[in-house]
Design a protein around this ligand. Sequence first.
Ligand code: PGA
Length: 320
Amino acid sequence: MKPSSDASPEPATASRLRFHTRQTTFRQLEIFREVARRGSVTEAARALHLAQPTVSTQLARLQETLDETLFEQIGRRLDLTSAGEILRSGCEDLFEVLERIDSRLGALHGLTAGTLRLGVVTTAKYLMPAYLGAFCRQFPEVEVQFSICNRNELVSRLEANQDDFYVFSHPPIELDITSHPFADNPLVFIAPAEHPLAGKAGLTWHELAPWPFLVREAGSGTRLAIERAFRVRDWPFAPKMVIASNEAIKESVIAGLGIAVLSRHTLHHGGGESLVELDVEGFPIRTEWSVVHWRQKVFAPAAEAFLAHLGVAAGGDNPR
Ligand code: PGA
C-alpha cells in the first residue's frame, strides 16, 4: 500500500528489498564465503575449481544485487567490510542449516550422509587417518573434509566455526567448547640411533643440556607442551633451531643437528628406524588427544556418527 501524503516519511531502510527477495543465488553465496575465508579471489577459485574471472564476476553480481561493497583491498589481501562481515556470518549459519537438511533427508532413507568437516593440528595427522578410514568404510555416503594446520591456526578455524570437530591435545579452554579426550599423546625426547645418550637410563637435564635442542614454531601445540614441561622442571628453554614441521625435525635429528621432543605418533610414520627415544627423567610428557566442538553445536547425523565412532558421546565433557 502506498503511504498517504500526510504519513510520516518511511525510514530509509524500508525501501530496501528484503534479502531473500533479491536475485542472489546459493552459488554466489558459496563463492563469497570461500573468498571471505581465504581473503583472496585466486585462492578461492582454486579451492572451488573455478576460473578466477568466474569468481570475480559472481562476486561483482552479488555486490550489485545487494547494493553493498563486501570487500576492501588491503595490500594483496581482501578484507571484509562491515556489510561483508554480516553476510559472512549469515552464510556460515545458512550453509550449516542446508547441510543439516541434506543429511536429515538422507537419514530418512536410512543413510548417514552429508559432510563431516574435521580440523586437526599438524601432529594429529598421524593418528586421524586410521579413525577416518574405518569411519568412511562404515559410512561411505559421508564426504569428509579434512584440514590440517598448527594449533594457533586451528583455534582460528574453531573461532570462525569452519568445521564440525577439531582435534587438539591442548584445547583452548577459554572458549565455550566441549572436549572429549579419546587417545594418549606421549611426547618423547628423540635422538639419532647412534647418539651417545642412546640406551642410557634416567637421563637428567645436565646430560641433555650440551646438545642443541630443535623445536617446533611458536603456535604449535607440541611446543606449548614442551615450554610448559620445561617451566615446571625449571629447565631453561633455549632452542637452537626452530623448524615448522615434525618431518623436518625428524630429518634434522637424523642428520645430527640436535635432539628434540616430538609426539611418539610421529615416529611410527617414517624415519623411526634411524631415531631412538631417550630415557629422560619425568618423560614422556603425558598429553592426550581430544575431539572438540562448540558447546552449543547442533550435530547432523554424520557428525553424531563420527563422535560415536570415536567412542565419545555428544553433550558433555567426557573425561576418560
Ligand atoms: P601441533 O599440535 O601439531 O601444532 O604441534 C600438536 C598438539 O597440539 O599436541
